[in-house]
Design a protein around this ligand. Structure first.
Ligand code: FAD
Ligand code: UDP
Length: 370
C-alpha cells in the first residue's frame, strides 16, 4: 500500500490546481518543489510593499468563463488592462499593433488609410502560405512594423532568426484597426489584488508540500511513495533525455529598487531595436496601481535555455519530432501524468495551464471510477 495517491512534482499552477482538486476528491497528495517557494513562475516577492512578479510580468487573461470563475474563487482581480509600449530607437509607440501605432508610424488616421499602407507593403511580397514567423509577420502587418517592432525583438528573445521560428508565435499578438491598446482580445483580464501568491496558498491549503526538494536527487525513493506521479518539470529530463534534449529559451531577470515613485509610467515597455540588449522593462507597481514612494523595475535579458531556467519551449519542427517520441512513451504508462508548460512542452499561458490541469483531473477521476 503506497503512502500517497499522487506525488506531484512542481508547485506551479499546474501542480497546485491538480493537488487542490484531487485533495478535494479525497485523494492523498504530496507536492514537492525544488525551489524555496511554491507557485512556480507566478510567484511574487514583496519588496517595499510592491508585489514583484519574480519570474516576469504575469497578466491573467482568458475567454473562458469557467476558468475565470475558477481563479476568482481564490483571489479578487483588479481592472488592470495590459497596454505595453514599444520603445524603438528612443521613440515610443503603442502596442499591440493598432490605429494608434499606425498613426504614430505613418500619420494614417482612418482604418482604410492604414489598411492601404499595409496592403502596399504586403503587395510586393511573394508569400502565400507562411512557413515561419518572419513570413507570417510580414503577411499580417507588412515590412515597416516587421522591421521596427518584430524582427529584432523576436531575434533577441528567441536567440535565432525569425525565419527559424514557428509562425504561430506571432499570432499571440492582436492586430486591430481600432484605437484600442489592449494587448489581449480576451473577455476577462486582470491581476489578482495582492499578487499571485494568495492563489497558490489557497490551492495548496491542506496539501502536504515539501520545498527545496529536487525529484531527481532521490527519484526512486520519491517514486516509491505514491501510486501515480504528476510531473511538471522538463519532459525530456523526466525520461533521462533518452531521445535527446529539447530546446528551451530562458531569461535573466535583473531587478532594481529605485527611490522614485514612478519610473516609466507603464507596467511594460518593450525594447524592440537591435541595439538594446534587453527585451522589456517591467515596473511592477503599475500592475496594482501602487502609490508607494519607491518603485521596483526588472530588466528581462534573454538567455539560452541550457544556461538558465527553462522558461519557454521552442515548438519548432525539430523539437516536435523529439517531443512526440517522449509523448508516445508517456502514453504507455498510465501512472505517469505530464503537465504544464514544461511537462507538456507547450507555450501555455496561465489560463491554458489551469484548463489542462482540470482536464487531467477529470480524466483521472473518470478512470478511477471505472
Ligand atoms: P511552472 O510555473 O514552471 O512550475 C513548475 C514547477 O516545477 C516549478 O516551481 C519548478 O521549480 C518545479 N520543478 C521543476 N523540476 C522539478 C524537479 N526536478 N523537482 C522538483 N520540482 C521541480 N502566462 C499568462 O497567462 N500571462 C502572462 O502575462 C504570462 N507571462 C509570462 C512571462 C514569462 C517571463 C514567463 C516565463 C511565463 C509567462 N506566462 C504568462 C506563462 C505562465 O508562467 C505559465 O503558463 C504557468 O505559470 C506555468 O505553470 P506550470 O505549473 O506549468 O509551470
Ligand atoms: N513580439 C514582438 N514584438 C513585441 C512583442 C512581441 O516581436 O513588441 C513577438 C515575439 O516574437 C514574442 C512573441 O511576439 O516572443 C509573443 O509575445 P508575448 O508578449 O506574447 O510574449 P511573452 O509575454 O510570452 O514573452
Amino acid at each position: 500500500m503506497k503512502q500517497y495517491d499522487y506525488l506531484i512534482v512542481g508547485s506551479g499552477l499546474f501542480g497546485a490546481v491538480f493537488a487542490h482538486e484531487m485533495t478535494k476528491a479525497g485523494k492523498k497528495c504530496l507536492v514537492i518543489d525544488k525551489r524555496n517557494h511554491a507557485g512556480g513562475n507566478i510567484y511574487c516577492k514583496e519588496i517595499s510593499g510592491i508585489n514583484v512578479h519574480w519570474y516576469g510580468a504575469h497578466i491573467f487573461h482568458t475567454n473562458d468563463r469557467k476558468i475565470w470563475d475558477y481563479v476568482n474563487q481564490f483571489a479578487e482581480f483588479n481592472r488592470y488592462t495590459n497596454s505595453p509600449l514599444a520603445n524603438y530607437k528612443g521613440h515610443l509607440y503603442n502596442l499591440p499593433f493598432n490605429m494608434n501605432t499606425f498613426y504614430q508610424l505613418w500619420g494614417t488616421k482612418t482604418p482604410e488609410e492604414a489598411k492601404q499602407k499595409i496592403r502596399e507593403q504586403i503587395g510586393g511580397l511573394k508569400i502565400k502560405d507562411p512557413k515561419n514567423l518572419e513570413e507570417q509577420a510580414l503577411l499580417l502587418v507588412g515590412t515597416d512594423i516587421y522591421e521596427k517592432f518584430i524582427k529584432h525583438y523576436t531575434e533577441k528573445q528567441w536567440g535565432r532568426k525569425a525565419i527559424d521560428l514557428p509562425a504561430f508565435i506571432i499570432k499571440r499578438l492582436p492586430i486591430r484597426f481600432t484605437y484600442d491598446n489592449n494587448y489581449f482580445d480576451d473577455t476577462y483580464q486582470g491581476i489578482p489584488i495582492g499578487g499571485y501568491n494568495t492563489i497558490i496558498e489557497l490551492l495548496l491549503e491542506g496539501v502536504e508540500t515539501r520545498l527545496n526538494t529536487d525529484f531527481f536527487e532521490m527519484r526512486e525513493s520519491y517514486e516509491s511513495l505514491a501510486r501515480k506521479i504528476v510531473f511538471t518539470g522538463k519532459i525530456d529530463q523526466f525520461f533521462d533525455y533518452k531521445f535527446g534534449s529539447l530546446e528551451y529559451r530562458s531569461l535573466h531577470f535583473e531587478s532594481q529598487t529605485i527611490d522614485m515613485s514612478n519610473y516609466q509610467g507603464n507596467a511594460v515597455i518593450n525594447y524592440t531595436d537591435k541595439e538594446t540588449s534587453y527585451t522589456r522593462i517591467i515596473e511592477h507597481k503599475h500592475f496594482e496601481f501602487g502609490s508607494q514612494p519607491c518603485t521596483v523595475i526588472t530588466y528581462e535579458h534573454p538567455l539560452n535555455g541550457t544556461n538558465g531556467e527553462p522558461y519557454y519551449p521552442i515548438n519548432d519542427e525539430k523539437n516536435s519530432v523529439v517531443l512526440n517520441r517522449y509523448k508516445e512513451l508517456a502514453k504507455q504508462n498510465e501512472d505517469i501524468i505530464l503537465g504544464g508548460r514544461l511537462g507538456e512542452y507547450r507555450y501555455y499561458d496561465m489560463h491554458q495551464v489551469i484548463a489542462s490541469a482540470l482536464n487531467k483531473v477529470q480524466l483521472e477521476l473518470q478512470r478511477g471510477d471505472k
